[in-house]
Design a protein around this ligand. Structure first.
Ligand code: PMT
Length: 223
């Protein structure tokens, strides 16, 4: 089907931030709006894919034809991703918190005169690396992002190798770029064969390009 080249393909997309609880009223989070991941989920659905979107807290509407799984923490995001497997392709656009507070307090931490609370951090599971290194349940195509503020290509290539994914979409998230939360993004596609710089464009245009590349990949053509 020319218009729906991804018909019959199952895709997993992650999006948004994660919230890591400190106590009943506080959490650790980041500036991700979810726009880039939601746009990719929508573009894949437009090409006929059956899409599960695992998302942290955002203000966005679920794109038409996409199944939303809402989560808060990185641990929950990993569990929801594992529950969505097997899939043909997985795209990890979420800004997962690298650390969580080791022990969430079940009571609100009280402010005490002259005494600062000490938060002990623990490392979160790396969802992209976990899914990339699954044995027979590994998706055929695993696409990660690299959010960098310097040496974008070098750091992106290092993530491609370290995490074991097939493609990295590297983007500059430095101060003033507006990549986190804004409407535009500039991507450098990194694979083991190529380094391809895309123009700065809307997140929807980035998403359409990513979805079209994925469709080409599944049609058996090289990227
Ligand atoms: O949500 P928006 O406001 O639209 O902004 C879009 C974006 C900047 C969030 C997006 O384009 C982006 O770059 N997403 C990845 C953000 C990120 O946390 O990148 P990273 O370089 O720290 O992580 C590398 C890859 O590993 C990413 O695919 C990330 O989803 C994944 N990861 C990271 C840590 C972790 N514990 N688990 C993961 O799966």
């Amino acid at each position: 089907n020319a218009e729906k080249p991804l018909k019959g393909r199952k895709m997993l997309v992650t999006a948004g931030p994660t919230h890591e609880p400190i106590d009943p009223v506080r959490y650790i989070a980041n500036r991700s709006s979810g726009k880039q991941g939601y746009a990719i989920a929508a573009a894949l659905a437009d090409l006929g894919a059956d899409v599960v979107l695992v998302s942290g807290p955002t203000r966005l509407e679920t794109p038409r034809g996409v199944t939303l799984k809402s989560i808060e923490s990185a641990k929950d995001m990993l569990a929801a991703c594992e529950a969505a497997l097997p899939v043909d392709g997985a795209i990890f656009a979420a800004a997962v918190a690298d650390w969580r507070v080791e022990t969430e307090s079940d009571q609100k931490i009280k402010k005490r005169d002259g005494q600062l609370p000490h938060l002990c951090l623990a490392e979160n599971p790396d969802i992209l690396a976990t899914v990339s290194t699954l044995g027979k349940n590994r998706p055929t195509l695993v696409v990660g992002f690299a959010a960098e503020t310097q040496a974008i290509i070098e750091n992106g290539k290092a993530k491609l190798a370290k995490k074991g994914c097939d493609w990295i979409l590297a983007n500059d998230v430095g101060i003033g770029t507006g990549t986190f939360g804004g409407d535009e993004n500039q991507i450098i596609l990194l694979t083991d064969k190529l380094v391809e710089e895309w123009p700065k464009q809307s997140k929807e245009a980035v998403a359409r390009t990513v979805a079209a590349r994925i469709a080409t990949y599944f049609q058996g053509d090289d990227v």
